[in-house]
Design a protein around this ligand. Structure first.
Ligand code: ADE
Length: 225
């Protein structure tokens, strides 16, 4: 999968993709992540990328031409399955969206800054808008990093033990059950006996039961879906 990201703060995106599983996915050729500095498409000597709002109001708006020129250049090179805009005023990312996106070939992600982008960019190019939660970040970069992490780890081959991604929280609309490792007893706290029993069908039943109980207690809304 190839993921292109357009950003005014490309430095913010370097670290999240250069470590651990997401880095390995790129090293293995399973994901290619390319970051584009919007400033390079800025207008005039000062490489202007933002301007004040028509109609007045606080905050700058990312201008249409730099973004349009950058997107046009990328669209001339390949087709994108989705052109995504990260914004708090959109539907919230969930595991189902991450699953769907992990099956795509090429994704283009536009990150906003300041007051956001000129609406005409959204009208003309954006096929999907995604928020990572009901709060406002200083820019869409961290939101894009969250989206890319959630998607890339689902690409087959990225996580060694594929079971591991399949049994994550939310994959079946349930939170994960509790997990334990050695020692079997610490400060008098014992690991549930069933997990030491070797009875794997019973262990599966116990885990399902725990997942359901935890979901009912913490996120009953997930059971409504
Ligand atoms: N940009 C700023 N806040 C955001 C959020 N919550 N989700 C996605 N993009 C954003």
């Amino acid at each position: 999968m190839r993921i292109d990201i357009i950003s005014v703060a490309p430095n913010l995106l370097e670290s999240p993709f250069n470590h651990s599983i997401i880095k390995r996915a790129q090293d293995k050729g399973l994901a290619e992540i390319v970051i584009h500095d919007l400033r390079k498409f800025g207008l005039g000597n000062y490489k202007q990328i933002d301007d004040t709002q028509f109609g007045g109001g606080a905050g700058m708006v990312l201008m249409i031409e730099p973004i349009s020129n950058c997107i046009k250049q990328l669209l001339a090179e390949r087709e994108y399955d989705e052109v995504i805009y990260m914004t708090p005023d959109a539907k919230t990312l969930n595991q189902s969206t991450a699953n769907t996106l992990s099956l795509k070939e090429n994704i283009l992600i536009l990150t906003g800054h300041y007051k956001g982008v000129d609406q005409r960019i959204r009208d003309k190019y954006i096929t999907k808008e995604i928020s990572i939660g009901d709060y406002v970040l200083t820019g869409g970069e961290l939101a894009a990093a969250v989206l890319v992490d959630a998607v890339v780890r689902l690409i087959p081959g990225v996580i060694g033990d594929e079971q591991s991604a399949l049994t994550d929280s939310f994959q079946d609309n349930l939170l994960s059950p509790p997990v334990y490792t050695r020692p079997a007893e610490f400060d008098g706290m014992k690991v549930p006996a069933i997990l030491l029993s070797g009875n794997f069908p019973k262990i599966d039943d116990w885990r399902s039961d725990q997942a359901y109980k935890r979901t009912q207690q913490i996120r009953p809304d997930l059971l409504d879906d």
